[in-house]
Design a protein. Structure first.
Length: 94
């Protein structure tokens, strides 16, 4: 069986997430799409951030990304969930 690359998994995940937006994400998207906010172009669930954990490539799909400002938005719940998963069973140093 063919195993997907991290990039292929990220693309598939982004497509899935775009089809299942939360109400808050939908309201934000309707406010910024089509350069409605400060004439800036936003993308939704399209800019994966790759990282390696235990020698396995992982990724996070940001909710919204503005290339012109090099800025991205990720919901606090997603950040909390990912950080919690990383911390379980591991010593974390800050």
């Amino acid at each position: 069986m063919h195993q997907q690359t991290p990039k292929q998994r990220a693309v598939e995940s982004a497509r899935y997430q775009r089809s299942r937006q939360t109400n808050a994400e939908d309201v934000f998207w309707q406010s910024v799409r089509g350069r409605q906010f400060c004439n800036l172009k936003f993308l939704r669930q399209q800019h994966p951030i790759y990282y390696e954990l235990d020698n396995i490539m992982k990724f996070v799909i940001v909710d919204f990304y503005c290339h012109e400002k090099k800025s991205w938005l990720l919901s606090w719940m997603e950040v909390f969930t990912k950080v919690r998963k990383l911390m379980i069973g591991k010593e974390v140093c800050f």
